[in-house]
Design a protein around this ligand. Structure first.
Ligand SMILES: [Zn+2]
Length: 173
C-alpha cells in the first residue's frame, strides 16, 4: 500500500512532522489524509487492497473521489466487492478515478459503467469554456446504474475545474 502520507502515519492515524507540514502548506489536503487512514484499515483486511496506491483524494459534499493507479481501478472494476468494502469503511459514496488519466478518462471514470461517446470543448463568447460530454444511454442492463448527473457536474467542477454539459444519446445496436 502506498498513500500520500507515510504508511506508518496511515496505520497509526497520526501524522509525522513532515506530513503535518505538507498538510499545513496545502501540499496535502484533509481528504487525502483521511482516505489514507481508511485505506490502511481496508488494506489490513484485504490482500488486494493492500497493493493499492492512493495518489490523492477529494471530498465533494459527503462523497469521496479517490485517485488510484490504473491497475487498481481495473482490480476494482473486476471485483465489485472491493468497491463495497470502501463504501462500508468510508460510510460514503466513493468515486474511483485513475490518477494518470486525461480529462476524458476522468469523465469516463465518473460515468462508469456508462460509456462516453464524445467529449468536446465549447467556447463561450465571454472566453469561458464548457465541456460537453455525450453519454451512451446504454443497454437495458446498464440502466441498473442510475447516474447522478448533478453530482458528476459538481465533482468535475470541484476536482478539475471543468464546467460540464451532459447529453445522452441512445445507441441503436
Ligand atoms: Zn509522515
Amino acid at each position: 500500500m502506498k498513500t500520500p502520507i507515510c504508511t506508518f502515519d496511515a496505520k497509526t492515524g497520526i501524522l509525522c512532522s513532515k506530513c503535518d507540514a505538507k498538510l499545513t502548506s496545502g501540499q496535502l489536503n484533509q481528504a487525502a489524509v483521511y482516505s489514507s487512514i481508511k485505506l490502511a484499515k481496508l488494506a489490513e483486511k484485504d490482500q488486494e487492497i493492500s497493493k493499492f496506491t492512493l495518489i490523492g483524494s477529494h471530498k465533494v459534499d459527503d462523497d469521496y473521489i479517490l485517485f488510484l493507479r490504473t491497475s487498481d481501478i481495473i482490480t476494482i472494476r473486476s471485483n465489485p466487492s472491493i468497491a463495497k468494502k470502501f463504501e462500508g469503511e468510508f460510510n460514503a459514496n466513493i468515486w474511483f478515478v485513475e490518477a494518470e488519466g486525461t480529462d476524458r478518462r476522468f469523465m469516463e471514470n465518473l460515468f462508469y459503467p456508462q460509456r462516453i461517446l464524445n467529449m468536446n470543448l465549447i467556447w463561450l463568447p465571454d472566453g469561458n469554456k464548457l465541456t460537453r460530454v455525450i453519454v451512451s444511454q446504454g443497454s437495458a442492463n446498464r440502466s441498473n446504474f442510475p447516474i447522478d448527473v448533478e453530482k458528476i457536474r459538481k465533482v468535475a467542477r470541484a476536482v478539475k475545474n471543468i464546467d460540464l454539459i451532459v447529453e445522452f444519446e441512445t445507441q441503436s445496436n
